[in-house]
Structures are given as structure tokens and as C-alpha cells.
Ligand binder design. Sequence first.
Ligand code: MG
Ligand code: MG
Length: 261
Amino acid sequence: MMAAGGQQSSKPILVKTPDEIKIMQDANQIVAEVLSMLLRVTEPGISTFDLDKMAEELCRKRNSVPAFKGYHGFPNSLCVSVNEEVVHGIPSRKRKLKKGDILSVDFGVCYKGFFGDSAVTIPVGKIKKPVHDLLRVTRESLELGIKQVVIGNRISDISRAVQDHGEAGGYSIVRQFVGHGIGASLHEGPEVPNFVSKGQSPRLIEGMVIAIEPMINMGTHKVKVLRDGWTVITADKKVSAHFEHSVAVTADGPLVLSTRN
Ligand code: MG
Ligand code: MG
């Protein structure tokens, strides 16, 4: 994810060749493997530091490099965001997960010069029904957004699909952070907001690859950054969910590069 507006909005949109998309699929499959592993091992008592360590080891074993480590100074490989944390949480030995928590794990790699990026929010043990519903609706919003990845559509068609479903569930959509183009850089143009804004957004053309990543809150859409300079939390401390896939625009429709088995 990245901050909305600012210089990112002027980043170029770079179209990929089928060969490049294949490499990006390999990169994203490493990410998917890591997230699947994290889904298996996440349980009450494990620390977010342990998860980060496992993710980095698996990534390096696959001859890839963790994309977030050192990115603008981020200290770790995995972003771990618990409960009211939205994104960019920093792994810590002291942060042990508890039953009833939810954990967003966001992971990225660079493989053969191309990036993969995907995220999932995991329930820790049994979670409350309203929180479960938030996770379900956020995941569905991502799926509905992906369905709009069709040549000739605009980015705003994706944004609208995500926003409509999230808001119909009674939730609010984070505005300060958005999805993004991805390729030989982690963050390229275009921005992929999870809400519709004024003005015309770019059209989808064959060979574009975008990371769609709804961040949806139980309460207010407002967020703030903690003093560690990274962790984004909801302003009202209510829980937040985050799901992300990297998706290529193809003549056959959306190709989800980061699909998990
Ligand atoms: Mg991303
Ligand atoms: Mg991500």
C-alpha cells in the first residue's frame, strides 16, 4: 500500500510483456506461499517477530529478496497489523498474538527484477461474529474489485466495486492509503483507490499489473500514524481488515498473480 496523492500520483504506468507477467507470477507465487505458511502457523502465543523471521527465511530460500525490508527504512520483511492497526505494523518479539485478535500480514518480494505484493487478514483462534463479518466483506470487496479488471474499464470501476460493497456492509473505506501499479518497482502508477474520487481515472489496458488492496474499517475511515513512524491505526481504535492481490490485465480478463491454493 502507499500513501494517497503526492508524488505517487505522477508515477508512470508501465505496461508489461507476457514474459514479464510470467516472472511477476513467479514472484507473486513466492508471496502466496509465504502467506499460506503464515495462515497455517498463526495461533495464539506466536509473536509477530517469529512470523517475520519465517517469512524472510522462506523468501530467501526461493532466491527472492523481501521487498519491504529497508523500503524507505522499514525495518522488517513483513508488515504485521493487529486489530485496530490498519497497515505497516512493525514485527516485535513483545507482540504475542492472542485468541480473538485479527492479523493483517502484508508481504512483498523481488524476484528476477520484478515485484510481488499480497496481503491477507487472519483470525487468531476464534473471533467475534462482527469481526468475522468485516473480514468476509473486505475479502469480497477485493474479489468484486478484481472482477472489474477488464480492458477498457477504468480504475474507478474497481474503486466503485470495492467501496459499494464495503459501505453496504456498514463499514468505512480507508482513504489515506491506496493500491498501486506494480512491476520492476514495488509502487508504480496508477494509484488504485478503494473509493471513487472526482476526476477521470486511467483506463485499464492489456499488460498493466495492479495491486488492489481494500483497507476497510469497522468504525471511522480516519487513520493516524503511530510515533514509530510506520504503524497506521484507526482513529477510533476500532478494528480494520486488509486484503490484497496483484492482478494483471489480460485479454482473457483479470489474471490474479498472487492466488493461494
Ligand atoms: Mg501493495
Ligand atoms: Mg502489500
